[in-house]
Design a protein around this ligand. Structure first.
Ligand SMILES: [Fe+2]
Length: 180
């Protein structure tokens, strides 16, 4: 790794760039899955999901560039191959399957939630283990974006009554029939 005089040791920068490369790999797989579902989705929710997934893949595309460029700022090199992304990602591809709109949303909620859990752990590691507050702050912003994307997706498949005090009512979950 190229020597840099920015107050972080080579070991610290290596640790952080390894985490960033894992986040980059997950973001790439999520981008591919989101685009594929944007193309494939059918059903009454087509317009909403098609449009939402375009917004999500545009955001993911920007985040991917920011992740790769942050790795370069720290003196490292981003993974830039499909093979490398597959090796380092924590979420898996959904190759060869064509889920229902409901299944697509469920899959993406699970993926975003996995990414949120990873980022939460990586933020802690960047701050406490590697003393890189800049990357911890950067990843916090990404995590907040994934939290919002997961909420938007979850809202398609959740339909639970809320009591006036804001708590979940005893009625339980109602899954929208047209999405099944
Ligand atoms: Fe499109």
């Amino acid at each position: 790794m190229r020597p840099l005089n920015i107050g972080l040791s080579e070991e610290q920068r290596q640790g952080v760039t390894d985490l960033l490369n894992r986040d980059l790999s997950d973001a790439y797989l999520l981008l591919i899955k989101t685009k594929k579902y944007h193309w494939d989705v059918v059903g009454p929710q087509f317009r909403s999901l098609h449009t939402l997934w375009q917004e999500h893949y545009e955001a993911l595309t920007e985040n991917i560039d920011a992740l790769a460029e942050r790795i370069r700022m720290l003196g490292g090199y981003p993974i830039g191959t499909a093979k490398g992304f597959l090796e380092h990602a924590s979420i898996s591809e959904d190759a060869g399957s064509l889920p229902s709109a409901y299944g697509m949303v469920e899959n993406l909620v699970a993926d975003h939630e996995q990414v949120i859990r990873n980022l939460r752990d990586h933020i802690d590691q960047c701050g406490e283990k590697y003393h890189d507050q800049g990357t911890a702050d950067f990843l916090t912003g990404l995590m907040e974006q994934h939290e919002e994307m997961a909420w938007m997706l979850r809202s398609f498949i959740e339909g639970q009554s809320i009591d006036p005090d804001g708590r979940l009512s005893a009625e339980g979950m109602r899954v929208p029939v047209q999405m099944k």
